[in-house]
Ligand binder design. Structure first.
Ligand code: GAP
Length: 457
C-alpha cells in the first residue's frame, strides 16, 4: 500500500517525525515541528546534499549567510516590486485564493494564467463561474497584489526606516558574498557556492502537509561560469541532480524533468527545468534548476555601486559570470523520501509490517540496541549501546516484546537491530538483524563496529 498525504501525516505524528506547531495552544496553521526522528532525517538529507554538492564536489565551496540582509538587496533583485501573488478572497467563507491557481485547478491545468494581468484573471473567473473550492460560493473580492516577503523591523523603533525582510530564498546571501569568496577561497571560475538554510514566504495557500509552508529550508547552489558556457553547465547540473536523486533512493518512475518553454521563462533566465516528483496529488515541483544569466550580480553591482566583475586570470578579461542555480527544498525532499520508501509489506506468513525501506545513509537511526529480556539483558545491552553510540546514530529500546520492537524499528527505517540475549552473556556475541531481508547473523561484540561500518559503506 502506498501512503496518501493524510496517512503520511498520521505516520509522522505517531512515530515522532513531525508534530503540529504550537500544538498546546491550539496550533499555528501550517507550522510544523520536527520530532526526534524528523530532525535526524532532515539532518541526514542536508548532510547528504552538502557532501554531494559541496565537500565532495571539486568545484564548490560552502557558505552560511544571514537571514536578515540589507533591504536594498530585495530592491535590487526585484523582490520588493515583483515577488507577489494575485490574492482573491471568497466573501462567503473568507478563504483566500491565488487567482491563477483557481483557474488552473478549475480547468485541470489546461489554462495557465501565469503572466496574465489581474483584470484578465478576474474576468476569466467571473465569466467561467469558477466556484470557491472551499465552500462552493461565487462571491469574490477584486484581485489584490500580495507581496510574499515577511516584513519585520530592526532596532528599537518600528518605523518604516527600520523595515527589513526575512529572506525569501538563501540565494541572495551567496551573491552578496561572491567577491568575498573569490578573494578568500582561491576558487576560479567556474566554481560554485552552496548554502543550506531557512527561508520565509508569506504563502497565500500553504498546504499539503510540509509541501508548501511559510517557513522552510532550502539547499541552494549558485554556480558561476564563463558567459557562453552556461548551457553546458546547465546540463551538467541537471544530470548531477538526477544522479543525486537516484543515489538518494527515489524511484526514477516517480521523477520527471520539465523544461520550461522559452516563451514562459522568467525575464532573467535563458533556461529553467523543474524536477517534479509524483506526490499523492500528482507530479509537482521538488527542485528548480535555472540558468540565471548575470542578472543577480548585475543588479547588485548597480544597486550597491560595488564592482562585482571577475578578473579571469587565464584570459585577463573582466566579466560578470553567468549563473546556474539548482535550488532544492529540504521539506519537499523529506516528503518525497518518505512517500517513496514507506510501504505496508505483507510477509510470507500473512502478517503485515510497516517498512520504511530508506537508503541506509538517511535512516533516522542506523542501529537499535534491544535487550531480549529487560530483567536479564539490560546491563549488557547498555554496554553495547554506549559502545555503538560513539560511531553510529543509535537508539535503545527495552519496552515490550521483541517482535513488536523489531516492527517499530522496521517502521522507522532502522537498518540494523542488535539483540542481546543469554548467549551474549556467555560468548559476547550479539544477533544483528537486517531490516529489509530480516536475516540474522551472529557477530562478536569486538567485531561489531567493523561489521557495521562495512554495511554502511
Ligand atoms: N532561489 C531560487 C528559488 O528560491 P524557487 O523555485 O522559488 O526558487 C526553490 O524555490 C525550491 O524551494 C522549490 O523547488 C521548493 O523545493 C522549495 N520551496 C519554495 N517555496 C517553498 C515553500 N513555500 N515551502 C516549502 N518549500 C518551498
Amino acid at each position: 500500500m502506498k501512503y496518501n498525504i493524510e496517512q503520511l501525516n498520521a505516520y509522522c505524528k505517531r512515530y515522532g517525525f513531525v508534530y503540529q506547531g504550537s500544538e498546546i495552544y491550539g496550533g499555528l496553521a501550517n507550522t510544523w515541528d520536527y520530532g526526534p526522528l524528523g530532525v535526524s532525517l532532515k539532518n541526514n538529507l542536508k548532510q547528504f546534499w552538502w557532501k554531494r554538492f559541496v565537500s565532495q564536489n571539486k568545484y564548490n565551496v560552502g557558505l552560511d549567510s544571514s537571514i536578515l540582509l540589507n533591504p536594498k538587496t530585495w530592491e535590487a533583485t526585484g523582490h520588493v516590486s515583483g515577488f507577489k501573488d494575485p490574492l482573491m478572497d471568497c466573501k462567503s467563507c473568507k478563504a483566500r485564493h491565488r487567482a491563477d491557481n483557481l483557474i488552473a485547478s478549475a480547468t485541470k491545468g489546461k489554462v495557465d494564467a501565469d503572466g496574465w494581468d489581474y483584470q484578465k484573471m478576474y474576468d476569466y473567473i467571473i465569466e467561467n463561474k469558477i466556484k470557491c473550492p472551499n465552500c462552493g460560493g461565487f462571491d469574490y473580492t477584486e484581485i489584490r497584489e500580495f507581496n510574499l516577503m515577511f516584513k519585520t523591523s530592526q532596532g528599537v523603533t518600528a518605523d518604516s526606516n527600520n523595515e527589513i525582510y526575512l529572506r525569501p530564498e538563501t540565494a541572495q546571501g551567496i551573491f552578496l558574498n561572491f567577491k568575498n569568496v573569490v578573494r578568500t577561497s582561491r576558487k576560479k571560475v567556474p566554481f560554485g557556492i552552496g548554502q543550506v538554510g531557512k527561508s520565509f514566504r508569506n504563502e497565500i495557500t500553504p498546504g499539503n502537509f510540509v509541501f508548501r509552508t511559510r517557513e522552510f529550508e532550502q539547499m541552494e547552489l549558485e554556480f558561476f561560469c564563463v558567459p557562453g558556457t552556461e548551457m553546458e553547465w546547465f546540463k551538467y547540473w541537471k544530470d548531477y541532480a538526477k544522479e543525486f536523486l537516484t543515489e538518494l533512493g527515489l524511484k526514477p518512475e516517480n521523477l520527471e524533468f520539465y523544461d520550461h518553454p522559452q516563451a514562459k521563462l522568467s525575464f532573467y533566465s535563458n533556461a529553467t527545468t523543474d524536477v517534479l516528483y509524483r506526490f499523492p496529488w500528482g507530479f509537482d515541483e521538488l527542485w528548480g534548476i535555472a540558468s540565471r544569466t548575470d542578472y543577480d550580480l548585475k543588479q547588485h553591482q548597480n544597486y550597491s555601486g560595488e564592482n562585482l566583475e571577475y578578473l579571469d586570470p587565464n584570459t585577463n578579461e573582466t566579466y560578470l559570470p553567468y549563473v546556474i542555480e539548482p535550488s532544492l527544498g529540504v521539506e519537499r525532499l523529506f516528503l518525497a523520501v518518505l512517500l517513496d520508501n514507506l510501504e505496508d509489506e505483507t510477509l510470507e506468513n500473512g502478517e503485515v509490517r510497516t517498512l520504511l525501506k530508506i537508503n541506509k545513509e538517511l535512516a533516522p537511526y542506523q542501529v537499535a540496541v534491544l535487550p531480549l529480556v529487560k530483567k536479564f539483558h539490560n546491563d549488557k545491552a547498555e554496554e553495547v549501546y554506549d559502545l555503538l553510540m560513539k560511531n553510529f546514530i543509535a537508539s535503545f529500546d527495552d519496552a515490550g516484546n521483541i517482535g513488536r520492537r523489531y516492527r517499530r524499528q522496521d517502521a522507522i527505517g532502522t537498518p540494523y537491530c542488535i539483540t542481546i540475549d543469554n548467549d551474549t552473556l556467555v560468548d559476547d556475541t550479539v544477533t544483528v538483524r537486517e531490516r529489509d531481508s530480516m536475516e540474522q547473523v551472529r557477530v562478536k561484540i569486538t567485531d561489531l563496529k567493523v561489521y557495521l561500518n562495512n554495511q554502511f559503506e
